[in-house]
Design a protein. Structure first.
Length: 153
C-alpha cells in the first residue's frame, strides 16, 4: 500500500512538473511575438509600427528575424497601401526621408524619380523575388507581364 502511494505521488509530481514546464514555455514564447505584425505569407510581414514590409524567418520564438538572402529586399517605410493573395504582394510606398538603414541596405535601393514620389513594388511569393521600386507605368507593365489583376492597388 505504501509502495502504491509513492508511485501515485511520483506520477502526480511528474505530471505537475511537465504541465508547469509547458505553461512557462508558452507564456515566454508569447512575450517574444510582436503584436503589431501582419503575416502576409511566405516569410513576409507587414510591420504596422514602422510601416514597412520585411522578409522574416518563421519561428514561434523568433518571428522577427530577417532572412539574409541576396535576392530578397525589404520594403522600407513608408508603405502606404498593400494587397496580397497566395501568389503576390502588391505594395504602394512613399519613401520616408531620411532613409533608415535598419530595415534594408539603402545602397541597394535606387529610386528612379525623386524620393518624394510614390513607388510600387511587386513581391512574387512563389519564388521570394521583390521587384521595385517601380514608377506607376513600370508597375502596370510588370503587372501585365505577370498577369496580375490591377484592381487591388
Amino acid at each position: 500500500m505504501v509502495e502504491k502511494n509513492k508511485k501515485y505521488k511520483t506520477r502526480n509530481v511528474i505530471i505537475w512538473v511537465v504541465s508547469l514546464t509547458i505553461v512557462v514555455i508558452l507564456i515566454s514564447s508569447l512575450l517574444f511575438i510582436k503584436q503589431d505584425q501582419i503575416d502576409l505569407g511566405c516569410h513576409f510581414i507587414y510591420d504596422e509600427e514602422h510601416h514597412c514590409i520585411t522578409a522574416h524567418q518563421i519561428g514561434l520564438l523568433f518571428p522577427f528575424i530577417i532572412k539574409q538572402q541576396p535576392e530578397r529586399k525589404n520594403i522600407p517605410p513608408e508603405v502606404i497601401d498593400y494587397v496580397y493573395n497566395d501568389s503576390f504582394i502588391l505594395v504602394k510606398q512613399k519613401p520616408k526621408i531620411p532613409l533608415e538603414q535598419i530595415y534594408y541596405d539603402s545602397n541597394d535601393i535606387l529610386y528612379p524619380n525623386s524620393p518624394n514620389s510614390e513607388y510600387y513594388w511587386i513581391i512574387d511569393k512563389r519564388n521570394g523575388y521583390v521587384i521595385g521600386p517601380l514608377s506607376y507605368i513600370d508597375y502596370c507593365s510588370k503587372c501585365k507581364e505577370y498577369e496580375i489583376d490591377l484592381n487591388g492597388l
